[in-house]
Design a protein around this ligand. Structure first.
Ligand code: ATR
Length: 282
């Protein structure tokens, strides 16, 4: 029997997941006795896969595509941010059952503020997309006290739904909050524009006014790859600074590690090494 506590990421497909590599680095950095593997979840057997891992002594899991909604349904209890997101990417197994959390939003916020050095406090933020990825980041963005958040989506009705869902949280946080179709983009440059659409997967550029981008804008794509995404290239042409989602991947993992171990790893050096590995593959 291994002396280490066991964790894993479950998804389908899973072979390209960088989470085992990232968590191995965190374990090394913090000295925590953590062993982290990958599990290919059967498309019709997510719950079975989780239960088998618990039965074999597993302590927690990360959950990735396509199981984040099923993980939300499976959890016995949820953090407020996971409940609002409607999706779970982190499971912790304890005496009180399965606890579900969502660390994606904190991952985005920490990458933006700590790694990229762009404070969200008082910022005007534009969020493109209104699916699961967008919903996961709304509350953590509010927590950083931006001046305004605008949600813009190809299908305006879905953005309106999110605005309704989070209206009270926005009011409590003192954030000006609105959204809809592309005509909801407000005049002037935004400080931060986040692409949370699935567009980059098929190299599609989400609709947005060019006037939203400028020299003072950080254009953040939640996707990443060896090459800059079409969204990043577009933003740079308009004079903005562009970033991909590799740092969000590392920082959401750091937050999961913190939930499990009570110790927060430093994502910076791990991100730099991961970036080099990615560049070396091109
Ligand atoms: P995820 O969990 O990754 O957010 P999702 O819930 O299916 O996935 O949401 C996908 C998001 O990407 C939606 O906002 C979708 O817009 P619609 O609601 O109009 O479908 C957006 N999206 C996907 N492909 C897009 C494209 N080519 N251009 C613009 N938006 C796109």
């Amino acid at each position: 029997m291994s002396q280490k506590d066991r964790y894993a990421v479950i998804g389908n497909p899973i072979e390209h997941s960088k989470s085992p590599w990232i968590h191995a680095k965190f374990a090394e950095q913090t000295g925590e006795p953590v062993e982290y593997g990958r599990i290919l979840g059967p498309l019709d057997g997510f719950t079975r896969g989780v239960k088998a891992f618990i039965a074999s002594g597993g302590r927690g899991m990360n959950v990735t595509v396509p199981f984040k909604l099923e993980a939300h349904a499976l959890a016995d209890s949820l953090s407020p941010r996971a409940a609002k997101a409607g999706a779970v990417n982190t499971l912790a197994f304890g005496p009180d059952g399965v606890r579900g959390d969502n660390t994606d939003g904190v991952g985005l916020v920490r990458d933006t503020e700590v790694n990229l050095g762009v404070s969200l406090k008082g910022a005007r933020v534009l969020l493109l997309g209104a699916g699961g990825a967008a919903r996961s980041v709304v509350l953590p963005i509010f927590d950083r006290a931006p001046a305004a958040l605008t949600i813009v989506n190809r299908t305006a009705a879905k953005a309106h739904q999110l605005v309704d869902q989070f209206a009270r949280d926005a009011a409590e946080s003192g954030v000006r909050f609105s959204g809809g179709g592309v005509d909801s983009v407000e005049a002037g440059q935004y400080d931060v524009i986040v692409n949370a659409t699935a567009g980059s997967l098929d190299a599609a550029l989400p609709d947005c006014e060019d006037t939203a981008f400028g020299a003072g804008t950080l254009a953040y794509d939640m996707m990443y790859g060896a090459q800059p995404t079409v969204f990043m290239q577009h933003a740079e042409k308009l004079g903005a600074r562009a970033a991909d989602g590799l740092g969000m991947l590392v920082e959401q993992a750091a937050e999961s590690f913190f939930i499990w171990r009570g110790v927060r790893p430093d994502g910076g050096p791990v991100l730099r090494e991961l970036r080099q590995t990615l560049a070396a593959k091109t």
